[in-house]
Design a protein around this ligand. Structure first.
Ligand code: GLC
Length: 476
């Protein structure tokens, strides 16, 4: 089977969030299976071009109409022999090669419309006719529309099926109504399919027109049928629930491996708790916190935005720091939360260390050195940080939402089963209750060891999830 995996970011070339990890690890796992041919297609961003990766070679170029424009489309490619994957890059300096940022440009709608159409055009030029085009998030959400409008009767294209995966429903790709004729360039016949709530909505069209729609966890696939989670799309998802499936993400066990991770002070595996605590001491030293074995360190690595649960942390921040614990935060985001944490660090420097930065090395040192990992998200499609934390023996404290429900069942000290501490309502004192519970159990060494064993033995690799994707692909 042939899969064309289309995304706006993928490790190792470009990553701003969890999508980048998934768009690396899932294709790798699939390409390792029998009879699978997998290609990944990405925009050729400035950051990739500037890197001058000698493995990336020019393939060809052609002109493509985009409404009234005639646009240049270049194709570059790189081969990852070891993983059996070909990466294709869509080149256009105006849209990608000369832009400083990946997202957040004034014309993102147009940039990714161009990308989505180019994905389909490019198939005939590279001669890779996939069975499935697997699209991800709003940036590739126009692929099913373009397929239906222009390509489904083309030679070689007739049997292609489209899958659309929602990694985050908050970002839907909304643009003004004129966009249909001005930029997308499809006829009025398609207006109903792409219009929603007074504007053009890319994601809505994908939910409607893709053959299959998936989300990145089972629980999230149910949550987004309800208004609290769906950012307005609940009725569209309910109408299309017959083709909606939830498949929980995994993580790449080679990339996130405490046994080999070069960022750590010292490597460790399951059952080597002493070494984990060497990482804890190193972390405390590095962040200028009192070096103490007998106090739990709670880590938080996150974008500092409200839906990651930062409102709750802000509400009980001081109260939490009145406990005997240490708190370590790294991330960037909204000014409100950055300022709050800076202030907490200024007033409670012996309890909390804050780094307003995107710092992957420090992040891994926190995964390894912390005892507990806080993730109180308001909603969480899947979440990868809790999976990484578990691999590094750091016990998650999570709110029961989305993928956090599916990956972190509450620990039951009676039976010794479970993988963390959870709370249900989006309520600051419920969260504090879970933190207190976790700190209490931290001081019970046999229980702590049992729980750490559970999480470090948990299989969060892509194997099972890729099996499920394969089932769905074959079914399609
Ligand atoms: C988005 C979601 C996150 C998910 C990731 C990968 O970033 O917010 O929950 O894990 O995509 O699917």
């Amino acid at each position: 089977m042939k899969i064309l995996f289309a995304a706006s970011e993928a490790v190792p070339y470009v990553k701003t969030g969890g999508l980048g990890d998934v768009a690396y690890a899932l294709p790798c796992e699939l390409a390792g299976r029998n009879d699978m041919e997998v290609c990944v297609i990405l925009p050729y961003y400035k950051s990739i071009k500037d890197n001058r990766d000698s493995n990336i070679e020019y393939v060809m170029h052609f002109d493509m109409p985009l409404a009234w424009r005639n646009t240049y489309v270049g194709i570059f490619k790189a081969r990852n022999e070891e993983k059996n994957i070909i990466y294709y890059f869509i080149d256009n300096d105006y849209y990608f090669g000369d832009r400083g940022s990946i997202y957040g440009e004034y014309d993102d709608g147009e940039r990714f419309t161009f990308f989505s159409k180019a994905i389909l055009e490019c198939i005939q030029h590279i001669g890779f006719y996939p069975d499935i085009i697997h699209c991800n998030d709003w940036q590739t959400a126009l692929v099913p529309l373009y397929y239906r409008a222009f390509f489904e009767h083309h030679d070689g294209y007739q049997n292609i099926k489209t899958m659309f995966t929602i990694h985050n429903i908050e970002y839907q790709g909304k643009v003004p109504n004129e966009f249909l004729s001005e930029v997308i360039g499809v006829s009025e016949y398609w207006r109903d399919a792409v219009s929603y709530d007074g504007c053009i909505n890319f994601m809505k069209s994908a939910v409607l027109l893709a053959d299959k729609v998936t989300t990145v966890s089972e629980t999230y696939s149910h949550e987004i049928r309800h208004a609290y989670f769906a950012h307005g799309l609940e009725s569209v998802l309910r109408q299309n629930e017959y083709k909606l499936v939830g498949i929980t993400n995994g993580i790449d066990p080679e990339i996130y491996n405490p046994v080999t991770d070069k960022c750590l002070y010292t490597n460790f595996g399951c059952g080597e708790l002493k070494k984990k605590y060497e990482n804890k001491r190193y972390l405390q030293q590095k962040l200028e916190l009192p070096v103490r074995d007998d106090t739990p360190v709670i880590g938080m690595i996150t974008r500092l935005v409200s839906h990651k649960g930062l409102d709750l942390v802000k509400f009980i921040g001081e109260e939490m720091l009145s406990r005997d614990l240490q708190f370590v935060v790294v991330g960037t985001g909204d000014r409100e939360f950055e300022d709050f944490f800076k202030w907490l660090a200024y007033t409670h420097g012996d309890k909390i260390a804050v780094r307003i930065a995107f710092d992957p090395v420090l992040a891994n040192q926190i995964y390894a050195g912390a005892d507990l990992f806080l993730m109180p998200s308001k909603s969480e499609p899947c979440g990868l940080s809790q999976l990484i934390a578990m691999r590094y023996g750091t016990i998650p404290i999570v709110r029961e939402t989305g993928g956090l429900v599916d990956t972190v069942p509450a620990y039951n000290p009676e039976t010794g089963e479970g993988r963390g501490f959870t709370f249900k309502s989006y309520n600051a004192h419920d969260m504090l209750g879970a933190i207190d519970h976790a700190c209490h159990l931290y001081h019970d060494l046999p229980q702590r060891k049992k729980l750490i064993k559970n999480i470090m033995n948990y299989d969060s690799s892509w194997k099972q999830s890729a099996d499920r994707y394969l089932d769905v692909y074959y079914h399609m």
